[in-house]
Design a protein around this ligand. Sequence first.
Ligand code: G
Ligand code: G
Ligand code: MN
Ligand code: NA
Length: 250
Amino acid sequence: RLIEHELRRAVSGGELKLVYQPQIQIDSGEVIGFEALLRWHNRRRGDVPPNVFIPIAEESGLIVELGDWVLLEACREAASWDEPLTVAVNVSAVQLHSQEFPHKVHDVLIRTGLPPHRLELEITETALIKDMNRALAALRQVKSLGVRVAMDDFGTGYSSLSNIRAFPFDVIKIDRSFIKSVDKNEQAAAIVRAVLGLGRGLGLPVMAEGIETSDELRFLTDEYCAAGQGFHLGEPAAIEHFDHIVRTGS
Ligand code: G
Ligand code: G
Ligand code: MN
Ligand code: NA
């Protein structure tokens, strides 16, 4: 396919970049880290959304090359910050299940000098179910390096509850579909309260994704949700936009 061919060239042609979205500690309002999000700008196609090109990259196996680039770029960027904030990187199923993945993570940490605890890998439940044993082994290996692991899009996959018990996650990210209108929708509110209770019981902090309004944020504050992310708190942008946060004295 043409788009696949173009995506292949995007890696070497410098058409990819990362934007960063702030992750906030809700009680203090402080930025605790950034999620790195991949963007592709093609001269002919313009901006191609990740929802379009990530699935193509996954089907074609190109995601491994793309993922390697994202991981190195994000760690190199975070290692340059004055503030010891975390950087969160999305990892797809194909990457997680490739034999070399834990070694690549180790290698990137060595190359960039980023302290392992400042890297957080975001993994969706869907990425776990392909081969549970392989996924568990990979997560244990990266955890043994000191890297943090987040369960991404929690609530949208299969058998969430057994996954949360079987895998060594450090944080649960509630999917944004449950945060939307959580202040007005009783069903969403019940689900979010249940996930917060689950996190509390298991000793796992919960991060709410997709906070778009001050009312949604107020609900999460009142319910003692630990952390949040969303357009209301900060849109993904080029890292230069956040210089005042990552650099001391600027
Ligand atoms: O940034 P945006 O909300 O448009 O991203 C859409 C989807 O693409 C999200 O599910 C997000 O997790 C995914 N995504 C963004 N960047 C990356 C990346 O670097 N690697 C992988 N595997 N997925 C990404
Ligand atoms: O699946 P994942 O959680 O990695 O998706 C991250 C995606 O969510 C990014 O592409 C980002 O652009 C998007 N995103 C971040 N904050 C918000 C928000 O407040 N509302 C919506 N609709 N999307 C958001
Ligand atoms: Mn994510
Ligand atoms: Na998510």
